[in-house]
Design a protein around this ligand. Structure first.
Ligand SMILES: [Zn+2]
Length: 376
């Protein structure tokens, strides 16, 4: 039965603020939490249900019956008022997920807002402590198994350390201000995982793959690293705006997947490699979870171009494309036209924009191994 209360809910759902999901900003939400007083998309409504009805009671705005008092509650609160309350003290370093993000980030955001009330009670923000330690499951460097390793994050020292044997020195001490963290890249096939990438003392990129069974712990680690990095960058670059620094904290990979690469001679074979586009760095690896890339190329702006096909004389596979850099040309081939086009679009989006000063300094740190790209 569609009555006056249903019409009231529908009318409220079209008001500015209520026309996007309160938690992930998806358009035209069709659900509502009638005790909190907000409109939600189907995915977030399901996550609200997961917290239990003592936290959030959800209904469909058209398919369920509505009581007058429930409509009244939605009218009094609504998404804008709820946001002012539940997101009052979201620190700038916290990653606020959107509809494109993975379940773990979105679920923890919702639980942090309504169940743990982390954003209007500052003392409940574990990621802001400046020091985090605990166990994460870390993939072996040469060994695909995961082992529990103690990790210690210190804002005062700008370090993330991990230990194989806690009585000994750390196995590795990484500068937090120079790392990137990609949350739950699909290749890891684990919901609460992340990949930490940094340039080691030899100038080579190293990847660490870690996870924790508890999504709350994993997301806390991720945001703790972001917060530590922001505070360190604020010290290092006092004149750069906070918004610009927040943009440098962590970046999910722009694109990843298998490609074949070949050299300039018609006799050169195509080799299958796992490619990762991490900001302006195009890396290729033996396997998706390799500890190091076999090589990496910095993608600049002037003198860079990408086109479908390969020049005459270069062995052509069906879905080939060419990347021009000032130093040399690279020849790739994808498994299908759709993959090739996705790579061309991803790389184009990077090389169309001039690099920032921070990106130029990253390029300077990368070891240049001229010629190796084609021969390995
Ligand atoms: Zn949503």
């Amino acid at each position: 039965m569609f009555d006056a209360n249903n019409r009231g809910v529908l009318e409220l759902s079209r008001r500015p603020g209520n026309d996007i999901c309160a938690d992930c900003s998806a358009r035209d939400p069709e659900w509502a939490s009638y005790n909190i007083g907000i409109f939600l998309c189907a995915r977030c409504a399901e996550m609200h249900r997961g917290m239990g009805s003592h936290i959030s009671k959800v209904k469909h705005i058209r398919h369920d019956r509505w009581e007058e008092s429930q409509v009244q509650r939605l009218c009094e609160v609504g998404n804008s008022v709820a946001k002012a309350k539940y997101e009052k003290r979201v620190p700038p370093c916290y990653r606020i997920p959107n509809e494109m993000d993975c379940d773990a980030l979105l679920e923890e955001w919702i639980c942090a807002k309504y169940q743990r009330e982390e954003f209007y009670r500052m003392e409940r923000q574990p990621f802001m402590a400046g020091h985090t330690e605990g166990y994460l499951m870390k993939r072996g460097k040469e060994d695909p198994r995961y082992y529990p390793r103690k990790f210690v994050l210190s804002e005062a020292n700008d370090t993330l350390k991990y230990y194989v044997d806690e009585k000994k020195d750390p196995k590795s001490s990484i500068k937090v201000s120079e790392i990137n963290v990609s949350f739950a890249p699909p290749k890891m096939e684990k919901k609460s995982s992340f990949q930490i990438s940094f340039v080691n003392s030899a100038g080579l990129t190293r990847h660490l793959f870690v996870y924790h069974d508890d999504p709350q712990t994993a997301v806390n680690w991720y945001n703790a690293i972001r917060c530590t990095k922001l505070h360190r960058l604020q010290i290092a670059y006092p004149t750069v705006s906070q918004a610009q620094l927040v943009n440098l904290l962590t970046k999910d990979f722009i694109h990843e997947g298998w490609l074949w690469k070949t050299g300039p001679r018609p006799t050169d074979a195509y080799r299958k490699r796992w490619f990762t586009l991490d900001q302006r760095k195009l890396m290729y690896h033996e396997e998706p979870l390799s500890a190091h890339p076999k090589n990496e190329v910095f993608l600049g702006h002037e003198g860079y171009a990408i086109r479908v096909g390969v020049p005459a004389g270069v062995r052509d596979q069906k879905y080939s494309f060419t990347l021009w850099t000032p130093e040399r040309w690279f020849y790739f081939s994808a498994e299908a036209a759709v993959d090739r086009d996705a790579w061309i679009q991803a790389i184009s989006s990077v090389i169309e924009t001039p690099p920032t000063p921070q990106e130029v300094s990253m390029a300077a740190r990368m070891v240049r191994k001229r010629g190796i790209f084609s021969s390995r």
